[in-house]
Write a protein of this length. Structure first.
Length: 408
């Protein structure tokens, strides 16, 4: 994403270079802009170094050859993030002024505007400031923060008005800009492996990282859905804004999925559930006896088959790994388990193995129709699956749901 990060005149402007770096690390293209007052707190050089390009300020507003850089930058950008955003900056934008580069960028037509306010609690809660916030939301602008915390002015102590930290802003920006087309919907996702213990220290499992399921959960959250993620053991942190239920075994995963499934609009079953479990797990660690050992295994519960028997109008999407005859096997699975779609991939194919950041799948229906997708990031695949699922869902009763508010 192409993002202009604009600093206005608050003490939190000292954090703007760190925000620029976090956004670059996340893969965004960035440019920096600053008001005159912002440059009293942070240097133009530090902003330029963090952005990797010159800063748009009053001196650079108009190019020597006559070009208007605020027009050029507004056409380049996909989003403008004002961080920190002062009360004065909010008022300027709400009343349509263009007396600094930030308000000029907004009037020049930047497609999406996100504010990260930073000010004293009394200022943030003042009716005039809140009226400006309402006005800007009416323009379609989004807000990230402010949060409760230690305020910059000496002696002010704690209060609401602190700008979100750079890493938090960078992480939440995609959600603030995402279309809220899943607002009012409930999405249930399973992710990661399961573990079936043979004794207290040994288990049957697989190398699933959980990344695909977490990507689906985060994409659905960012598009306004209420998301529950049932996760087997992974090294991934719980996604912000998602209800996470941690489990280990297939039986635990089934139990955790059943109640939220009853209320869900969509189930995306990405978990790599172990097919077998010990017939009788040992209560103590078993010693190595001889050179061979025989294990008696029984099937784990078939989660999708169980949930399919309880299905009403839910859309269900599954995943399948096959080494050969993938499409007919996937179509048969979709028929048996009442899936609208199944994502087929091949673990031996480059780009489809466990643990990677990308995936290459073929979408298969119960009728056997197959659509081979190009290799893409797991987040991109998650967005595509949400697009396809949305087409299959009935309208929300009572009309479209309202979008979420990003003010904390």
């Amino acid at each position: 994403m192409r993002v202009i990060v604009a600093a206005t005149g608050g003490v939190a402007a000292i954090k703007t270079p760190a925000l620029l770096r976090r956004l670059v690390e996340a893969g965004h293209e960035v440019r920096a802009a600053a008001t005159d007052d912002a440059l009293k707190f942070v240097t133009k050089l530090s902003l330029a170094v963090a952005a990797g390009s010159p800063v748009l300020d009053r001196e650079a507003w108009f190019a020597p050859e006559g070009g208007a850089l605020h027009i050029e930058w507004a056409r380049w950008a996909e989003a403008l993030l004002i961080a920190p955003a002062t009360a004065d900056a909010l008022g300027s934008a709400a009343t349509g002024r263009a007396d600094d580069v930030i308000s000029a960028l907004i009037l020049a037509g930047v497609p999406q505007v996100v504010w990260a306010p930073a000010m004293n609690s009394a200022m943030w809660t003042h009716p005039a400031v809140q009226r400006n916030v309402v006005t800007l939301k009416g323009f379609g602008h989004r807000f990230l923060g402010p949060e409760h915390g230690t305020l910059a002015a000496q002696g002010e102590g704690q209060g609401v008005g602190r700008m979100l930290e750079p890493e938090v802003l960078a992480a939440r920006l995609p959600a603030a800009l995402a279309p809220q087309d899943w607002a009012g919907r409930r999405v249930l996702v399973s992710a990661g492996p399961t573990r079936e213990y043979l004794d207290p220290v040994r288990f049957l499992s697989n190398p699933s990282s959980g990344k695909m399921g977490y990507a689906v959960a985060e994409a659905a959250r960012d598009r306004g859905a209420s998301v529950t993620l049932v996760s087997g053991p992974t090294a991934l942190a719980d996604p912000h804004g998602v209800s996470v239920i941690r489990v280990e075994s297939a039986q635990e995963m089934l139990a955790a999925l059943r109640q939220p499934f009853a209320e869900a609009d969509l189930l995306v079953m990405t978990a790599a559930v172990a097919d077998w479990q010990a017939a009788q797990p040992e209560a103590t660690k078993q010693a190595k006896l001889g050179k061979t050992q025989v294990l008696q295994l029984i099937r784990t519960p078939d989660i999708l088959e169980t949930l399919a028997a309880e299905k009403r109008q839910q859309v269900m999407i599954g995943f399948a790994m096959e080494t050969h005859e993938g499409v007919p096997k996937a179509a048969d699975k979709a028929r048996r388990k009442r899936l609208e779609l199944i994502c087929l991939n091949y673990p031996t194919r480059s780009g489809s193995a466990f643990g990677g950041d990308d995936n290459e799948v073929t979408l298969v229906t119960a009728a056997g129709a197959a659509e081979a997708l190009p290799r893409m990031s797991k987040r991109a695949l998650a967005e595509l699956l949400l697009d396809r699922a949305k087409e299959l869902l009935p309208p929300i009763a009572g009309g479209a749901a309202q979008g979420v508010s990003f003010t904390t």
